[in-house]
Design a protein around this ligand. Structure first.
Ligand code: ZN
Ligand code: ZN
Length: 200
């Protein structure tokens, strides 16, 4: 990926992403893949068999598939997964370890972007997009690993307010300070920190 191409991809994602930039990039690729399977893959018997042999999709991607596809392809695909799992259970075999292909696409996307980011980590424009973006904790760690110290520190500094609000929320629950009002920012620090643990 050229620096220009990477910059374009990141800028486009940043304009659309509501939460974590990397979660958005991953979901975008996964949705494209799932839509492809929904459009013509479900009629492809070898493909269905291959997916079923992998144990089907994980719960998250089964649900995502049903959101993207109409009921018929969803029913066809889920029926093949169901058949495989019931067959496995009926034979008293070891519980299935799902090797979800959609998760694999997400991981590949993540690897590709991490590699490209590392390669172009000195680009001021790319650094600027990254510094202005939001990341979940998993992706923050991944992104920071690829970046120069100054950008890493910039990304960490963005969490100062959150940590202060959280510390205040904890302090104000102490019986000695219960007369102090908890601000909305302090209240909101809890859903905000929970959001950081969440991967879309
Ligand atoms: Zn993320
Ligand atoms: Zn999955």
């Amino acid at each position: 990926m050229t620096p220009h191409f990477l910059l374009n991809e990141l800028q486009e994602a940043a304009a659309k992403a509501e939460g974590c930039l990397f979660c958005w990039l991953e979901s975008y690729q996964v949705d494209r893949y799932l839509t492809g399977v929904a459009n013509d893959g479900v009629n492809n018997i070898p493909l269905r068999q291959k997916l079923a042999a992998r144990g089907g999709y994980c719960a998250f991607h089964c649900a995502r598939f049903s959101e993207l596809a109409s009921p018929l392809p969803t029913a066809i695909l889920l029926e093949s997964f169901l058949k495989q799992r019931l067959n496995n259970a009926g034979r008293g075999k070891r519980p299935t370890k799902i090797n979800c292909e959609a998760c694999e696409i997400a991981q590949k996307t993540q690897k590709t972007f991490a590699k490209n980011l590392r390669q172009h980590r000195r680009s001021a424009e790319i650094q600027s997009v990254i510094l202005n973006a939001d990341f979940c904790l998993d992706h923050l760690e991944l992104v920071c690993q690829q970046l120069p110290e100054s950008v890493r520190q910039g990304l960490i500094a963005k969490h100062v307010d959150l940590r202060r609000n959280l510390a205040e929320l904890i302090r104000k629950h102490d019986y000695r300070f219960t007369d102090e009002t908890i601000t909305n920012e302090e209240k909101n620090s809890l859903p905000r920190v929970l959001g950081l643990f969440n991967r879309a």
